[in-house]
Ligand binder design. Structure first.
Ligand SMILES: NC(=O)c1ccc[n+]([C@@H]2O[C@H](COP(=O)([O-])OP(=O)(O)OC[C@H]3O[C@@H](n4cnc5c(N)ncnc54)[C@H](OP(=O)(O)O)[C@@H]3O)[C@@H](O)[C@H]2O)c1
Length: 231
C-alpha cells in the first residue's frame, strides 16, 4: 500500500491525512513536538495512520507533504527527502512568518525557497490555495460531475505526475500552472487563492460549505494573475 508522509499535522496536514486514509493510503504523521502529541489524531484516523518524527515521515512517504508555517521551513530535514516528491502547501504571511525580503520583493516564491532548502527533492506546490475545511468538503471520486480542481506547479515533470496521482486519489483534478516559479499565480492575494471555492463570499470561511470549482475556472483564475512588476 502506498504511504503519504506528513511533515506538519495541523489544519491542512490533518485534513490531508483524513482524505488519504479514506482513499486507502497509509499515513505517517509528524509535527514539531513529537509523535507522542499526535495520539488523538492517530486514534481518530485508525489503523492506517501512525505518528513518527519528521525524518521518519519523510523516509516512509511515497509522497511527502510539507505543511508547516513558512517561518519554519529551514527546520525541515533535507537529507531524508532527497530524491522524493515533496508537496508544498506553505504560504507566506509576513504577520505570522516575519518579513522575508526576497518574497516581499517578489524575487522568488515560497516554494522556490523550500526547493532551495530541499535541493535533492522535487518540490511541487499544491494544496496551498484552498481552505482546509473546503479541502475536506470538496473531495470527490474520479469522474464525479462536481469534482474540483487544484493548481500545481513544479520543475520536475515526473514529480508533477506523482502529485497528480496523489490529488486524484484524494479527490481532486490537477491543473498544471507550469514551473515552480509560476506558483506565484496561486499564492495569497491572487484570483485562484481561496475565494474560488467559497460558496458565499459574505460568510466567513469556517462557516462556508465550499463550492466545487472545475479545471476551466482554475485555468482562468491562473491566467488572470498579475505578473510581478519588473525591477
Ligand atoms: N489553514 C488552511 O486552511 C491553509 C490552507 C492552505 C495552505 N495553508 C498553509 O499550510 C501551512 C500549514 O497550515 P495549517 O493551517 O495546517 O497550520 P497549523 O494548523 O498551524 O499546523 C502546522 C503544523 O506544522 C507543524 N510544525 C511546525 N513547525 C514544524 C517543524 N519545524 N517540523 C515539523 N512540523 C512542524 C505543527 O506542529 P506543532 O503543533 O507540534 O508545532 C503543526 O502540526 C501554512 O504554511 C499555511 O499558510 C493553510
Amino acid at each position: 500500500m502506498a504511504t503519504l508522509g506528513l511533515i506538519g499535522s495541523g489544519n491542512i496536514g490533518g485534513t490531508l491525512a483524513r482524505l488519504a486514509v479514506n482513499a486507502g493510503l497509509d499515513v505517517v504523521l509528524s509535527n514539531s513536538r513529537g509523535p507522542q502529541t499526535l495520539g488523538d489524531l492517530v486514534a481518530e484516523l485508525g489503523p492506517h495512520a501512525r505518528a513518527a518524527t519528521p525524518a521518519q515521515a519523510a523516509e516512509a512517504g511515497d509522497w511527502v507533504v510539507v505543511t508547516v508555517p513558512l517561518k519554519n521551513y529551514l527546520q525541515i530535514p533535507a537529507a531524508p527527502l532527497a530524491g522524493r516528491t515533496v508537496l508544498d502547501t506553505n504560504n507566506y504571511y509576513a504577520g505570522r512568518d516575519g518579513r522575508i525580503p526576497s518574497l516581499d520583493a517578489q524575487q522568488t516564491t515560497s516554494s522556490e525557497l523550500l526547493q532551495q532548502h530541499l535541493a535533492g527533492a522535487q518540490v511541487v506546490k499544491a494544496f496551498n490555495n484552498i481552505y482546509f475545511g473546503h479541502l475536506l468538503a470538496l473531495a470527490r471520486p474520479t469522474g464525479a460531475a462536481d469534482r474540483s480542481a487544484l493548481p500545481i506547479a513544479g520543475d520536475d515533470p515526473v514529480a508533477k505526475d506523482q502529485a497528480r496521482i496523489l490529488l486524484d486519489a484524494l479527490g481532486f483534478d490537477a491543473v498544471d500552472a507550469g514551473p515552480l516559479a509560476e506558483g506565484r499565480r496561486f499564492q495569497p492575494d491572487t484570483p485562484a487563492y481561496g475565494l474560488p471555492y467559497l460558496a458565499d463570499p459574505t460568510r466567513p470561511f469556517n462557516e462556508d460549505p465550499g463550492k466545487p470549482v472545475d479545471a476551466a475556472a482554475i485555468r482562468a483564475a491562473l491566467s488572470a494573475a498579475q505578473r510581478p512588476a519588473a525591477g
